[in-house]
Every structure is written in structure tokens, then in C-alpha cells.
Design a protein. Structure first.
Length: 176
């Protein structure tokens, strides 16, 4: 399929979309995409999404921020500019806690945002489904499921039959 990005089915209910997503996954499609105006419980699992790495990136970002914050304070207080104030130790860790905590939170938040954007493939200014007829309804009251033509072993006719078996409102060929 040279000029086609995929085949998309339009549904009027979330239940139809969820049932079709399960059927498509059972049929062996691994790169189906669903579009809905709101979150649908169980849709991610029906499409085969697995755990992502955002929590791990968040933890590592927080840990890095904490280590960097503590290390920077320790270096400046002990090595670079030591001040003996009232006979207190130079490496008094309790005074390093607030900045260490704040940099841990900052590092975690920044790495979570970057990991989320990266895993979602954002920012994406143009996507082929934007050119599909009436796709703007996906943000209002319609539900769409798209089978991509770059799927290994994709057969246009078989995909069309599979989607039409779910009795969608219509099936649309998405231009590339």
C-alpha cells in the first residue's frame, strides 16, 4: 500500500472500540492505534501496551538530583570554601537536607516529563490520521481504531474484513 497509512474504523461507543481492540489483538495486530475523547478502562491492555519506563526514569532523575544537590553542597562547604562557624563540623548533613530534597523533586519531575514525551513520540506536529475524514470527532464523541499498513504481514482486505465484522459506523482508508 503505497499511499495508505492504514485502515481506520469509526465507532459510536467505547464498548465497541474496546471489543474491537481485543479482537484485533487476538488476530495478531501489534501496532493498532486507538483514539478516544476520554480514557477507556482496559483499552491499553487490549491494545497490548506493556509497562513503560517512565517510573524508572523518574526514580533515576530524582536520585541524580539528590546526589547532585548533596554533592554540590558538600563540596562547597567542605572543599571549596570551608568556614568554621562556632566549631560546627564542615560536613553537617542536616543543613544539606532541604536543598537535596528540592533537587530530588526537580530532577524527578523533569525526567518524568522528558520520559513521557519521549515514550509518546512527542512533539508530533503532523500525523497521518489528522487527514482522515471526520477525525476531529475523536475529541468529541467518536471512537477510532486504526490498523497501520506498516504492520508485518498487513493485508488490506483482511484488515478491512476484520474491522467490518465489528460493525463500525464506517471504515476509512487513512492517506499517507
Amino acid at each position: 500500500m503505497h499511499g495508505s497509512w492504514g485502515i481506520m474504523a469509526e465507532f459510536s461507543t467505547a464498548d465497541q472500540l474496546l471489543a474491537t481492540a481485543r479482537r484485533v489483538r487476538e488476530a495478531g495486530y501489534r501496532h493498532a492505534e486507538a483514539y478516544s475523547p476520554f480514557a477507556i478502562e482496559g483499552l491499553a491492555e487490549a491494545l497490548g501496551f506493556e509497562r513503560d519506563r517512565v517510573p524508572l526514569a523518574t526514580f533515576l532523575g530524582g536520585l541524580s538530583g539528590a546526589v547532585l544537590g548533596f554533592g554540590l553542597q558538600w563540596y562547597s562547604a567542605v572543599i571549596d570554601f570551608p568556614l568554621n562557624i562556632g566549631g560546627r563540623p564542615l560536613d553537617s548533613w542536616p543543613m544539606f537536607v532541604p536543598v537535596t530534597f528540592e533537587l530530588a523533586v526537580l530532577g524527578a519531575a523533569l525526567s518524568a516529563a522528558v520520559a513521557m514525551l519521549w515514550s509518546n513520540g512527542l512533539p508530533r506536529l503532523r500525523h497521518p490520521v489528522f487527514d482522515a475524514p471526520d477525525f476531529d470527532l475523536a475529541s468529541r464523541n467518536r471512537f477510532f481504531l486504526c490498523l497501520r499498513s506498516d504492520e508485518p504481514g498487513f493485508d488490506r482486505e483482511a484488515a478491512l474484513r476484520l474491522l467490518e465484522a465489528s460493525r463500525p459506523l464506517r471504515c476509512i482508508e487513512v492517506p499517507r
